[in-house]
Design a protein around this ligand. Structure first.
Ligand code: TYD
Length: 133
């Protein structure tokens, strides 16, 4: 897909005591982290997202369980299944995204390049199409 959307493999320190992975800003992901949030207790069948950001970039990791991330750059759509905690999905700005098919007890970690700003959201798909054109 265009726009630098990509799966990024994270370090995985394999250990009999339990494995460990980590993320360093600007090193493993291409932005400085201004904000971290997580999505949990998602009822079966629910969909999160359904918007784009004008500026915010994200990195999404399934810390537990699994879910699909649907991305649309205005031209092409792709679905990424996230189901391991040692890789994540980089989502540049200006991408329409949805998250769905959350497994029971899934935990989604999202790292963001901006502070929360409601004016950064595009909630209308037609407006998004005009924005990326
Ligand atoms: P939203 O980003 O729309 O969630 P999703 O894309 O997963 O459906 O956010 C839902 C609500 O949470 C909205 O009222 C704004 C609030 N919120 C914050 O206050 N700070 C944040 O960092 C985020 C991500 C959301």
């Amino acid at each position: 897909m265009s726009n630098n959307i990509r799966i990024i493999n994270l370090p995985k320190i394999i250990d009999n005591r339990g494995n460990l992975s980590f993320i360093e800003e600007e090193n493993h992901i291409p932005f400085e982290i201004k904000r971290t949030y997580w999505i949990y207790d998602v009822p079966g069948g629910e969909v999160r997202g359904g918007h784009a950001y004008k500026e915010n970039q994200e990195f999404i990791v399934a810390l537990s369980g699994s879910f699909d991330v649907l991305l649309d750059d205005g031209t092409e759509q792709n679905v990424f299944l996230l189901n391991r905690s040692y890789y994540g999905l980089y989502v540049p700005k200006g991408i329409w995204r949805q998250m769905k098919n959350f497994s029971t007890n899934s935990l989604a970690l999202l790292l963001s390049s901006t502070y929360y700003e409601k004016n950064d959201y595009i909630y209308d798909y037609e407006e998004f199409k005009r924005f990326v054109r």
